[in-house]
Write a protein that binds this ligand. Structure first.
Ligand SMILES: Cc1cc2nc3c(=O)[nH]c(=O)nc-3n(C[C@H](O)[C@H](O)[C@H](O)COP(=O)(O)OP(=O)(O)OC[C@H]3O[C@@H](n4cnc5c(N)ncnc54)[C@H](O)[C@@H]3O)c2cc1C
Length: 437
C-alpha cells in the first residue's frame, strides 16, 4: 500500500491488547489494520504465564474447547524461600478444578496470540506481520499515520492505537510518557524445560489437563524485588525469575539475570522439580512497573495507547496482565467507535477512554496496589528478614527434642525479643496489610 491508502484504524502490535481492540472494531464493522513486527503474532511475545481468560471467554464462549491452552490451573502454590529452606501455602480448591477453571489457563503466547489473530482476521480485520513501526506521522499536532522508516512505506489512518507492549518506544516518542528509566520496568528471564508428560505429572501431582502454578517469593531472586515461578505446560515447565530493574542496578549485583535464574533453579526446593529436563527455549522480556502513580498519558489527538504500553499491569501478587491488556483494548475500541460516530478523533473525544479505564477494574485495581512496589522497596525486611525469622521460629517449634514445649516457646519468645525490633515489625506488618493485600 502507498501513503494514499488511508485506513480507518491502525493498531500497532498483535499482543492481547492490540488484538482485543482490533477484534472489537472489526466486529463493529470498522476497517482495521494490525501491524506486527514479529514474523507472526506471538513470535516475539513471552509471559509466565497464566492466561486469565474471563474476557476472552466473552468473545469466544467455546474458548475451553477451541483455544490452544496447555493446562488449567488446578493447583496454586505460594512459597517463601529462605537460604536453603521453603515455607509453602498450597491450594487446590474443587472450584478451580472444574469448568470454568477459575478462568486461569497456562498457555504459550506463540500459540495463543496466533489463535486470537486468526479470529481477528475471521472477523474482518487485517494483520500484516514483519512490519515494525518506527514512528508516527503528524499533521498539525495530530497523529495521522505511521511509518516503518522507508520512503514509501507508511500508512495513514483516522485513528491509531499503540499496543506495542512494555518496550514502549513509540509511546515515549509521541510524548505520552517520560523516558523509560529502569524504575519503570522489571526484567524477566524464563526457560522452557521439556519432560515426558508422565514425569511432569508425577512430579507436580497433576493429572489429565490439570496444571500447577507455583510462585516463589522471599529470597528466590536473591533479595531483589521480584519472584521466581514455575508453571506446568503439557510436557514442559516454564521456569523463570522476574525482578525490578532499578533494584537490580542499585544492588550493584555482578550477577546477570541468567545467573539469578540458574541460582533459583539450583535451590534445594527447586532443583528436584527441574532435574533431568531438556531446556528447549530461553526468553527474556520486560514487564511494566509504572504503577498507578506514574502512568503515562493515555491519548492525544488521533492516538490511544493500551495494555503494557500504557503501564496497565497489576504489579502486585496477582501478576495479571493479559486480562487488563485485553480490557483496555476493548475500551479503546469502544472509544473509537463513539468518536467515529462524530467523525472526530480529537483528544477531547478520545479522553473518554481514560474515563472508561477509571470506571473499570483496570484502574481501580492499579489504584488499590499503587504502593505495592514502593512499599516493598523501602521495607526490604518483608522480603528477606521476616521470612528467614519465621522459618527459624517454625523449625525451632517443630524440632523434636526432649525439651518441654513450654521451654521451647519461651526460648522462641526470648529469641524474638532479642533479635527483632518489635515496634518496627508491628509497623511493617500494619504497612504490609495496608499496602500489599
Ligand atoms: C515473564 C512474564 C510473565 C508474565 N506473566 C503473566 C501472567 O502469568 N499472566 C498475565 O496475565 N500476564 C503476565 N505477564 C504480562 C503480560 O504478558 C502482558 O501484560 C501482556 O502481554 C500485555 O499485552 P500487550 O498486548 O499490551 O503487549 P504485548 O503482549 O507485549 O504485545 C505487544 C506486541 O506489539 C509488537 N510490537 C512492539 N513494537 C512494535 C512496533 N514498533 N511495530 C510493530 N509491532 C510492535 C510486539 O511484537 C508484540 O507482539 C507476564 C509478562 C512477562 C514478561
Amino acid at each position: 500500500m502507498k501513503q494514499s491508502d488511508k485506513i480507518e484504524v491502525i493498531v500497532v502490535g498483535a499482543g492481547p491488547s492490540g488484538l482485543a481492540c482490533a477484534y472489537t472494531l472489526a466486529k463493529a464493522g470498522v476497517e482495521v489494520l494490525v501491524l506486527e513486527r514479529g514474523e507472526y503474532p506471538g513470535a516475539k511475545n513471552m509471559f509466565g504465564g497464566i492466561f486469565f481468560s474471563s474476557i476472552m471467554e466473552k468473545f469466544f464462549p467455546n474458548f475451553l474447547e477451541d483455544a490452544p491452552w496447555e493446562r488449567f490451573v488446578g493447583k496454586r502454590k505460594f512459597a517463601l524461600l529462605t537460604g536453603d529452606s521453603e515455607m509453602t501455602f498450597e491450594m487446590s480448591p474443587s472450584s478451580f478444578n472444574r469448568s470454568p477453571f477459575n478462568h486461569s489457563f497456562i498457555a504459550r503466547r506463540g500459540q495463543m496470540d496466533q489463535w486470537f489473530a486468526k479470529k481477528v482476521e475471521e472477523a474482518g480485520g487485517n494483520i500484516i506481520p514483519n512490519y515494525c513501526v518506527r514512528d508516527f506521522l503528524y499533521e498539525k499536532g495530530k497523529v495521522v499515520g505511521i511509518t516503518s522508516g522507508g520512503d514509501d512505506d507508511s500508512f495513514l489512518a483516522d485513528c491509531i492505537v499503540c499496543s506495542e507492549g512494555a518496550n514502549s518506544l513509540l509511546t515515549e516518542r509521541a510524548g505520552l510518557r517520560e523516558k523509560i528509566g529502569p524504575e519503570y520496568r522489571s526484567i524477566a528471564v524464563k526457560e522452557n524445560i521439556r519432560f515426558s508428560q508422565s514425569v511432569l505429572e508425577d512430579r507436580f501431582g497433576v493429572t489429565g489437563q490439570q496444571g500447577a502454578a507455583y510462585e516463589y517469593f522471599g529470597s528466590s531472586v536473591k533479595g531483589l524485588l521480584g519472584n521466581g515461578f514455575i508453571y506446568t505446560n503439557k510436557d514442559s515447565l516454564s521456569v523463570g525469575v522476574g525482578f525490578s530493574l532499578s533494584d537490580f542496578i542499585k544492588s550493584g549485583n555482578k550477577k546477570t539475570p541468567h545467573d539469578i535464574l540458574e541460582e533459583f533453579k539450583s535451590h534445594p526446593s527447586i532443583a528436584p522439580l527441574v532435574r533431568g529436563g531438556e531446556t528447549v527455549e530461553y526468553m527474556a522480556h520486560m514487564i511494566p512497573s509504572d504503577g498507578y502513580n506514574r502512568l503515562p498519558k493515555f491519548y492525544r489527538d488521533g492516538l490511544l495507547i493500551t495494555g503494557d504500553a500504557a503501564g496497565l499491569l497489576n504489579t502486585s501478587f496477582f501478576h495479571e496482565g493479559v486480562n487488563l491488556a485485553m480490557q483496555s483494548g476493548i475500551l479503546a475500541a469502544e472509544t473509537i467507535i463513539e468518536a467515529r460516530a462524530k467523525k472526530n478523533y480529537s483528544s477531547e473525544n478520545l479522553s473518554k477512554y481514560e474515563e472508561k479505564l477509571n470506571a473499570s477494574f483496570i484502574l481501580q485495581d492499579l489504584k488499590n496496589c499503587k504502593n505495592f512496589l514502593s512499599f516493598l522497596t523501602t521495607h526490604k525486611a518483608i522480603i528477606n528478614e521476616y521470612p528467614a525469622l519465621m522459618n527459624d521460629i517454625l523449625v525451632e517449634y517443630f524440632t523434636v527434642s526432649e525439651k518441654p514445649k513450654t521451654t521451647i516457646k519461651k526460648e522462641i519468645f526470648n529469641r524474638i525479643r532479642k533479635n527483632v525490633n518489635i515496634p518496627r515489625m508491628a509497623s511493617d506488618m500494619w504497612g504490609a496489610w495496608r499496602n500489599l493485600v
